[in-house]
Structure formats: structure tokens, C-alpha cells
Design a protein around this ligand. Structure first.
Ligand SMILES: Cc1cc2nc3c(=O)[nH]c(=O)nc-3n(C[C@H](O)[C@H](O)[C@H](O)COP(=O)(O)OP(=O)(O)OC[C@H]3O[C@@H](n4cnc5c(N)ncnc54)[C@H](O)[C@@H]3O)c2cc1C
Length: 322
């Protein structure tokens, strides 16, 4: 019978028993609720071995490719090593480049450490080692690039951003854990239309996701809306225009709330503009990133416009309590 390994200990599974039941019989309690594969409370990750396919039904593609599964309905057919923790290994990387992209937005490029693997659009948790302060930043780079790229917005009196803007220099080593997050591109249907929307540094994961989709041969339309209060806050305008010139299926919309947008751009409220512009979104997949209030408003708007729940990927940049 298969063996379940959890936190370094082995547990023998009985015939017909789920992973959850097996662990409970041995006195190991995992969080669980419905026990029928609906609530997802008992979701765990296979660190070694392949979880049963039926225990991954209803999970987003991005969880499936990371080997997450529901312990309550998983009847294992082979040995599995499972884990709960999402906390990644600690890496250290040299700052290769520090450059301003817009008046309040910094681009940091870090050397990609050996063995660090991720999907474009995931995030890392930067650790300030002198006091253990931790903050999350999304990856704008592609896994095949030799650097990790972060876009960081200056926050008044921000502890991590204050330090990154003022003190961290090229050549310094930064510590981080990760990767984490399940908002990234998985090629499920290369013709599916994609909507990517965010404001400010919400562009970081979207820039990675759009380029990953194109690199993997996505042929369906990809609509990327990047918003800012005013034109000066928009960045990568030329890079995104160049991407649109190279790929007929990629459409880029720079959006400002006030004033004049860049040529070919739009004026309006990002909470409603992408849906107003595209209309019926049935069959779309949506990636919504950045300001938490905007992400929540867009999540509702795209759902009402027809995007299925399992096709909505969000990455709200929730900030730590003061
Ligand atoms: C999954 C995830 C991904 C993220 N990715 C990015 C990214 O790619 N780029 C990026 O710039 N940020 C990103 N963030 C936000 C980032 O993690 C920090 O919260 C942010 O940089 C502020 O950190 P700080 O230590 O400088 O500010 P803190 O010291 O934590 O905050 C100082 C004060 O400012 C307030 N505050 C903090 N952030 C904001 C804000 N955005 N708007 C208004 N008030 C605020 C706080 O409540 C506090 O009162 C992400 C967050 C998450 C959860």
C-alpha cells in the first residue's frame, strides 16, 4: 500500500483510504471541513510523487501544475511526500541594476540564483536580514532571463521601500524566499482570449505573464490595460508598443484617469474601462493585479461580464498593517 510522508514521518495508507483519513488515523490532523472536495480547506501539495488526478478536479491550472491536491478525496496510488508550507527556501542575490522607471517607480534587477525556478507573474518575499522585515514583490522577468526583475513603488514612510530606494545599492546582496503565488500563465487553451489589467506596479506580473504567453505560442487575443492617475506614472510604454508591433494578437492600452494619455491611449476609470471597452467577456481568462481595491472591483466586473470563477486570477498587493 502507498506510504504518505509528511514532515519527515511515514504513514502507511490502507486500501480505499484518503490521504486525510490516513493521517487522521495516525493522529495527524490537517485542516479540513467539507471532506467532499468542495471547500478546499484540506489542500496540500505533493512534493514527491504524482497526486491522483481526481483529487485535482476543480483546482485552477496554476495549482495543478504545482501539484496541489485535495487530501480528503485523494486515494493515493503511489507513495507521496506532501507538504503544507508554501514558504520557500532562502536565497541571496546580488543587485545587478537599480533604475527609475517613473518618478516613483524603481526597477531592481537581481542576479537569478542557481536552482531558483518560478513562473512569470509569481512573487518573491524580500527579507531585510538586519531585522527580518519581509515584503512581497512580483516578478516581471521571464524564467529564462538571467535576472529577476522587480518594479517597486515608493510608499511614503514605507519601511521596505524606503530602504530599497535610499540604501540598497548595485552590488549589494538581497535575501528573499519564494517563489509564491498562483497567478501565472499555463497553456491550457492557446486560443483563449486573455484580459490583463492593473495600475502602477501591478504591471510587473502582467508584463511577465503577457510575455510568457506569447513565448509559449498563445494565439488568442491578449488585451493588456495599464492604468495610472496621470501619464507620468505609466512606464514600459515603448516596450509594450514594440510587443504589440511584433505580435498582432497582443493589444496594449495605456490608460490615465486625468489629463492626456500617451498617443493611442485612453482616459477613464480602470475599474470599469476594460469591461466597457471589450464588452462580453464570456470565454476569457482574466489576470488582475496591483491595488487591492481595483483588483476587487475588476474581479466583480469581469465576473459579471462573463468570465468564469476558475478563469479569474488575482494578485492584490495587500499591504502590511501599520
Ligand atoms: C503578493 C504581493 C505582491 C506585491 N507585489 C508588489 C510589486 O510588484 N510592487 C510593489 O511596489 N509592491 C508590491 N506589493 C506591495 C509590497 O509588498 C509592500 O506592501 C509595499 O512595497 C509597501 O511596503 P513598505 O514596507 O515600504 O511599507 P510599510 O512600512 O508596510 O507601510 C507604510 C505605511 O504605508 C501604508 N501603505 C503601504 N502600502 C501602501 C499602498 N500601496 N497604498 C497606500 N498605503 C500604503 C501602510 O499601511 C503603512 O501605514 C505586493 C504585495 C503583495 C501582497
Amino acid at each position: 500500500m502507498p506510504t504518505i510522508t509528511f514532515e519527515g514521518k511515514d504513514y502507511a495508507c490502507r486500501e480505499g483510504e484518503s490521504v486525510l483519513e490516513c493521517l487522521e488515523r495516525h493522529g495527524v490532523l490537517l485542516p479540513s471541513s467539507c471532506r467532499a472536495g468542495a471547500c478546499k480547506t484540506c489542500m496540500v501539495r505533493a512534493l514527491a510523487g504524482t497526486p491522483p488526478k481526481e483529487a485535482q478536479q476543480g483546482l485552477k491550472d496554476t495549482l495543478v501544475v504545482q501539484n496541489y491536491f485535495l487530501a480528503c478525496i485523494a486515494k493515493p496510488t503511489e507513495d507521496l511526500t506532501i507538504g503544507l508550507a508554501k514558504e520557500g527556501e532562502l536565497y541571496r542575490a546580488q543587485v545587478l541594476e537599480k533604475r527609475m522607471l517613473a518618478p516613483n517607480i524603481l526597477r531592481l534587477r537581481l542576479e537569478k540564483p542557481d536552482g531558483f525556478r518560478y513562473w512569470a507573474g509569481q512573487f518573491i518575499n524580500l527579507v531585510r536580514e538586519e531585522d527580518g522585515l519581509v515584503r512581497s514583490y512580483s516578478l516581471a522577468s521571464l524564467p529564462e532571463e538571467p535576472f529577476l526583475e522587480l518594479h517597486i513603488k515608493r510608499i511614503p514612510h514605507g519601511r521596505m521601500t524606503g530602504w530599497l530606494f535610499a540604501d540598497v545599492q548595485e552590488g549589494d546582496a538581497l535575501a528573499f524566499r519564494g517563489p509564491a503565488g498562483d497567478s501565472f500563465y499555463v497553456q491550457h487553451d492557446p486560443e483563449q482570449p486573455l484580459l490583463l489589467a492593473g495600475t502602477g506596479t501591478g504591471l510587473a506580473p502582467l508584463y511577465g505573464i503577457a510575455r510568457a504567453a506569447l513565448a509559449q505560442g498563445h494565439t488568442g487575443p491578449i488585451h493588456l490595460f495599464h492604468g495610472s492617475l496621470v501619464r507620468e506614472g505609466l512606464y514600459y510604454v515603448e516596450e509594450l508598443r514594440a510587443l504589440a508591433a511584433q505580435h498582432a494578437q497582443f493589444h496594449y492600452y495605456p490608460v490615465v484617469l486625468q489629463g492626456t494619455p500617451p498617443e493611442g491611449g485612453l482616459v477613464g476609470d480602470m475599474k470599469s474601462l476594460p469591461v466597457e471597452r471589450l464588452g462580453d467577456l464570456t470565454g476569457y481568462r482574466a489576470y488582475l493585479c496591483g491595488d487591492p481595491e481595483l483588483v476587487e472591483a475588476l474581479r466583480r466586473a469581469v465576473f459579471l461580464a462573463g468570465v468564469g470563477m476558475n478563469d479569474i486570477y488575482t494578485d492584490p498587493f495587500v499591504f502590511a498593517p501599520a
